[in-house]
Design a protein around this ligand. Structure first.
Ligand code: NAD
Ligand code: MG
Length: 403
């Protein structure tokens, strides 16, 4: 089953308020901060309802005060009194824990940014979906681990999902939703991360510091490692499959190291449409924030004469096994994407903590997919169980590999 958001008129605008109340799930991260930057440039158009973070009380309180938020939520329960203290004297509700995170998602904001990293963002995103909210979706892991069920809820609850990920945002802008059958191919471009042209023999000893240094984009730590292994592009393949009315076989990936073309759609008449721009997430975020209208974004304007050359390279599948792994996972379906996502989260964490080597990340994911039985899932509880079990099994795999 692939319920596309557009097939069901998911993008149809019925009523867009002039002034939008905003909630950001994961406001202290890279995407959250960029979103607040856009909001602060247009204070007459936006008010902040709720902001949430994992454990950084100082950053969260600072944001909540600066943006006059109604509510600030810290996921780490133990940080409640710190947050309360940091917000003392301000008329901002302080709350902590996973239930409070859901409350933040449930507040009546007109627009919710889902930018928590990892499957931890699934529950609050589903809460926002259930109340039929308009959700700008940055958190691709949600779709990878629970794509079918999530899109079914989007459909059932009349929610709207707007793609934030630069590639999906590009596709959103150039995809002919009225005649999707005229589309032959959708090509996701990939920067290739910092190592696309590195010799495989030198890749074993890549350190976390090297892996999180992305050449073009300013990213959170986890997505930086995913870009370096190219697992990010694999996750995006699955994300695109759930978001747009296309077949798995119509999805292609190419490396484009300049990150100027953010994705392309090829039509049956030979036309290829692309969306271009300098690599700055404030462009795709602004497209979803202003949607259905474009708004000013402070991103550097593109001057192609300054760039000079755009390059395109087929990804090396030996160096980047994540591409084939994710393609197989997409074919298998069922619980395979959930296993892929959870095992990757654990493997990336183990790498960042110095427990395993860079090239072990995808080996761990492959082993988890080989070890855990893949089955059809029937409900969100199944997703939760598979996610939990995968984290335990992957933890054991990591133990066996520890340096
Ligand atoms: P980040 O690490 O910079 O920020 C993550 C945010 O989530 C922070 O506010 C953090 O406090 C919060 N968080 C982390 N773990 C949490 C938990 N267990 N419970 C509650 N909150 C938690 O990440 P980011 O780079 O902003 O990415 C966010 C999401 O957007 C990811 O899914 C990523 O793949 C996606 N994305 C990011 C970019 C980018 O340019 N950064 C681009 C495309 C997609
Ligand atoms: Mg992307």
């Amino acid at each position: 089953m692939n319920i596309s958001i557009r097939e069901k008129d998911r993008f149809k605008v019925i009523d867009t308020p002039e002034h939008k109340d905003i909630t950001i799930l994961g406001s202290t991260g890279s995407i959250g901060t960029s979103t607040l930057d856009l909001i602060s440039r247009n204070p007459e158009k936006y008010s902040v309802k709720a902001l949430t973070a994992n454990s950084n009380v100082e950053a969260l309180a600072k944001q909540a005060i600066a943006h006059n938020a109604e509510m600030a939520v810290i996921a780490d329960q133990d940080k409640y009194s710190d947050l309360k203290e940091a917000l003392h004297g301000h008329n901002i509700i302080a709350a902590a824990g996973s239930e409070a995170l859901n409350e933040a998602a449930d507040t009546s904001a007109d627009w919710v940014m889902s930018s928590i990293v990892g499957a931890a963002g699934l529950k609050p995103t589903l809460t926002a979906i259930r109340r039929g909210a308009t959700i700008a979706l940055a958190n691709k892991e949600c779709l990878v681990c629970a794509g079918e069920f999530m899109m079914q809820q989007v459909e059932d609850c009349g929610a709207t999902i707007l793609p934030v990920d630069s590639e999906h945002n590009a596709i959103f802008q150039i995809f002919d939703f009225d005649e999707p059958e005229k589309i032959e191919k959708v090509t996701l471009t990939a920067s290739g991360g910092p190592f696309w042209n590195k010799d495989i023999a030198d890749m074993q000893y890549i350190t976390p510091v090297e892996a999180i240094k992305h050449p073009n984009w300013s990213l959170g730590v986890k997505i930086s490692v995913d870009s370096a292994t190219m697992m990010n592009k694999g996750l995006e393949l699955i994300e695109a499959y759930y978001m747009f009315p296309i077949e798995k076989e119509q999805l292609d990936i190419i490396i484009h190291p300049e990150s100027i073309i953010h994705s392309m759609v090829s039509y049956i008449d030979g036309s290829v449409l692309a969306q271009l721009g300098t690599p700055d997430m404030r462009t795709p975020i602004s497209y979803t924030l202003g949607w259905p209208h474009r708004m000013n974004a402070p991103s550097k304007k593109l001057d192609l004469t300054e760039i000079g050359q755009l390059n395109f390279i087929r990804p090396d599948k030996v160096k980047f096994p994540a591409i084939n792994i994710t393609r197989e996972v997409l074919q298998k379906g069922g619980s395979a994407p959930t296993i892929l996502n959870a095992s990757n989260e654990i493997a990336v964490k183990a790498f960042l903590e110095g427990q395993i080597d860079f090239l072990d990340i995808t080996k761990v994911v492959e082993k988890a997919l080989d070890t855990i039985k893949i089955h059809q899932m029937t409900c969100l509880n199944d997703v939760h169980d598979v996610d939990e079990n995968t984290r335990i099994v992957t933890g054991e795999i990591v133990e066996g590999l520890k340096k």
